[in-house]
Design a binder for this molecule. Structure first.
Ligand SMILES: *Cc1c(COP(=O)(O)O)cnc(C)c1O
Length: 391
């Protein structure tokens, strides 16, 4: 049975049951697997047959999790790793060598910036930052030795988008690998491979788990490219624990349902905030006022679960707003069933200079809301009381 719908694959892609006929996949907490005989062991190590040898290489829980994400992203193969950062790092390090150059959006996750600015240069891998709001400048930044383009869309926390179809064509024209961190959108809302991306990564810690329990990551792409990733990961050891794979694969069963509600709640909150007197402006990809609304509708199924807004009164007001929250969690995480508020300038992006923050759209009073799955009336009431009590 082929071509089942997203929701069905998310539920019905399952490791074959064991001799106990269990209905729900158990956790395979085993570090290694036994061979039938000497020939079986030889054939497994020679890659002549498929099978599990050692959990650093593969495990039934990881295989199930990978198969699901591959179906969801339209990818041929994948490898599950211990965190989103491990996914980002492995997706780059598997392909780059001394002398290579990466063209990277300036609006990527903080640790991705750290890898490029403070770790890769040790190995002679260089980069250039590209401005997500000036796509016309990108082609001019490609060099002789550019090997890869690395982006995130929508960006965090400014929610700016990059046209993936345009980027896919640019990568093709210069024969570059296009690596997309699809964490914010999830495979339910956006599939970069469809537009020409070669490798896609996720921090499964966010919406894929969706309930703030587990750290995990995954890299998916073509068979050929994942072969390189698997080689790199098998020998450097970032494998995801089967326990976390089990949690994440279970979570995927409800990804579509959860994302539908996250998006519905986020849109309602964004619409509410647009009319609020204490709010300067609101940004949400599926609000008609978003400068890239048309692009958002083209490449995303819905606007996602994150809303950012600028509270009137700058940095101090931003801090007062956070201190006035009662129900919403004050945390640096996102993509949880619980609504989370973050003041980017004083937390996640506090290590950037004021100038760098401005250049990626992080103004002093910017608040990021990871809109949860509580009732929308309660979410709106909470944000409203925090706005009124922080004046
Ligand atoms: C959180 C995040 C990461 C890092 O993921 P971890 O699972 O925390 O390692 C990478 N990229 C984006 C866009 C993220 O939001």
């Amino acid at each position: 049975m082929k071509n089942k719908k997203f929701e069905t694959e998310a539920i019905r892609t399952q490791t074959p049951h064991t001799q106990y006929n269990e209905h729900s996949t158990p956790i395979f907490m085993t570090s290694s697997f036994v061979f039938d005989d000497a020939e079986h062991a030889r054939a497994l190590f020679a890659d002549e047959i498929q099978g599990n040898i050692y959990t650093r290489f593969s495990n039934p829980n990881n295989t199930e999790f990978i198969e699901k994400i591959c179906k969801m992203e339209g990818a041929e193969d994948g490898f599950a790793v211990a965190s989103g950062m491990s996914a980002v790092f492995t997706s780059m390090a598997s392909f780059l060598k001394t002398g290579d150059h990466v063209l990277v959006s300036k609006s990527v996750f903080g640790s991705t910036i750290q890898i490029l600015t403070n770790i890769f240069p040790r190995w002679g891998i260089t980069h250039t930052f590209a401005d997500i709001s000036k796509p016309e400048t990108w082609e001019g930044l490609i060099k002789e030795n550019t090997k890869m383009i690395m982006v995130e869309t929508p960006s965090n926390p400014a929610l700016d988008l990059i046209d993936l179809e345009w980027l896919g064509k640019l990568a093709q024209k210069y024969n570059l690998l296009l690596d997309v961190d699809n964490c914010f959108a999830t495979p339910y809302l956006q599939n970069p491979i469809k537009w020409g991306a070669h490798v896609v990564t996720h921090s499964a810690t966010k919406y894929i788990d969706g309930q703030g329990r587990a750290i995990g990551g995954i890299i998916v792409g073509t068979k050929e490219l994942i072969k390189e990733v698997r080689f790199f990961a098998r020998h450097t050891g970032p494998a995801l624990s089967p326990f976390n794979s089990w949690i994440l694969s279970k979570s995927l069963e409800t990804l579509a349902l959860r994302m539908d509600r996250h998006c519905e709640n986020a849109l309602k909150l964004a619409q509410y905030l647009e009319k609020h007197s204490e709010v300067e402006w609101v940004k949400y990809p599926f609000l008609p006022s978003h400068p890239q609304f048309e692009l958002a509708k083209k490449q995303m199924k819905a606007g996602g679960g994150i809303v950012t807004f600028l509270v009137k009164g700058g940095l101090e007001r931003g801090r007062r707003f956070l201190n006035a929250t009662e129900m919403a969690s004050h945390s640096a995480n996102l993509g949880d069933s619980r609504t989370i508020v973050t003041h980017s300038a004083s937390t996640t992006h506090s290590k950037l200079s004021e100038e760098d923050r401005q250049s990626v759209g992080i103004l002093p009073g910017l608040i990021r809301v990871s809109v949860g799955l509580e009732h929308i009336d309660d979410i709106i009431a909470e944000i409203n009381q925090a706005l009124l009590n922080s004046k």
